[in-house]
Ligand binder design. Structure first.
Ligand code: TXA
Ligand code: MG
Length: 326
């Protein structure tokens, strides 16, 4: 078996490729992999020096906690204690899926994962390559893969293997890998729900909406993605930002980039970055469109935000942070 180049994509992701990637994680290397939300940059969650490299590659402050990705519900018990009944219900209804639960941590969840907090973020992603990787890693004796979004700190999350490479390949080693699973289906990061107390609190909106959560657990929940004092890096005001300056809900001028639903026309001279037909497609295209503006070296772009609830809330949340620029 020859050494993997960091720039080498593995588009086929054969069973053999997945095994090599899992072995690479066991050996303490980094593996970027697709999930249904965005691409993650993974490391063995029990290996502090492997996890430290995630922070170096991302340029992320060390006190920002990481999400531990596991293959099934059985794997969760080891990471957490005192799971409230409502969290078990959420796990049953939405995992594998675009949801992260913040739970009280067990001893194996080290400070280097949780940023020193008493809670740990857990997710079972709904993507065949991610699940195959996690299963293979587990079969080799591994237990949990820590993975933030595979972008440099403060940048736009990658939704394709090419975007991962543009973001971080320069910071990766030859023994690290990037698995190519094509474009991400959801396109924005998971809904984060703090389940460490009696009542759940949504910390980051995503594809699992307030309505879906309330329906699942039959209780009203608190939404707190602006006010929480929990350290969630996505809650910094400046985040998810392209270099191109983002303006919201204005009429674009000639030379500006433009992202809007397909029923909205492109004014003359404006560079259309995307024409999604509905909110789901809008989310899928969002980050790729912001990246395109940078590739085209556009000074600025305008986004007509989708209205309504559900995923539209997640899109507006990310855009409000992208506006603050870098
Ligand atoms: O969809 C996703 O969640 C993607 C994919 C790769 O799974 N991951 C992702 O990770 O977006 P990241 O690190 O870019 O964003 C996760 C957020 C961070 O802002 C982090 O601060 C927060 O989750 N987080 C993680 N553990 C936490 C904890 N114990 N308490 C509060 N926030 C936590
Ligand atoms: Mg991120």
């Amino acid at each position: 078996m020859h050494a993997m180049e960091k720039s080498e994509f593995l588009p086929s992701c054969s069973a053999d490729t997945i095994k090599r990637a899992a072995q690479s994680l066991i050996n303490g290397n980094l593996v970027a992999f697709p999930t249904e939300t965005v691409y993650g940059l993974g490391a063995d969650a029990l290996n502090s020096s492997a996890v430290a490299r995630i922070y170096d590659v991302k340029g992320r402050p060390h006190d920002h906690p990481l999400i531990v990705h596991v293959q099934d519900l059985n794997a969760i018990d080891e990471w957490v204690k005192e799971i409230p009944e409502y969290a078990i219900q959420l796990a049953r209804d939405f995992w594998p899926g675009p949801m992260t639960l913040i739970l009280n941590r067990s001893k194996i969840a080290g400070d280097f994962i949780t940023g020193g907090q008493d809670t740990v973020g857990i997710r079972i992603p709904d993507h065949p390559i991610a699940l195959a990787l996690l299963n293979s890693f587990h079969e080799m004796g591994g237990n949990g893969v820590a993975a933030p979004s595979a972008n440099r700190f403060g940048h736009v999350s990658p939704t394709s293997a090419q975007a991962v490479s543009q973001e971080i390949a320069d910071h990766m080693r030859d023994s690290d890998m990037i698995l190519d699973g094509g474009a991400c289906k959801v396109g924005v990061e998971s809904t984060i729900i703090d389940c460490s107390r009696n009542l759940p609190v949504i910390l980051r909106p995503g594809a699992i909406s307030v309505e879906m959560i309330e329906e699942s657990i039959q209780m009203k929940i608190k939404v707190n993605w602006r006010l929480s004092n929990v350290r969630v890096s996505g809650m910094l005001e400046k985040h998810y930002s392209p270099i191109s300056k983002v303006f919201l809900d204005q009429t674009p001028l000639a030379g500006q980039g433009f992202l809007a639903l397909s029923n909205i026309e492109t004014p003359p001279g404006v560079v259309r970055l995307g024409t999604p037909i509905n909110t789901e497609e809008f989310a899928q295209m969002l980050y790729q469109s912001l990246r395109r503006a940078d590739e085209l070296k556009l000074e600025s772009l305008v986004v007509q935000q989708p209205k309504g609830e559900g995923l539209a809330i997640a899109i507006r949340d990310r855009l409000s942070k992208a506006v603050n620029g870098r």
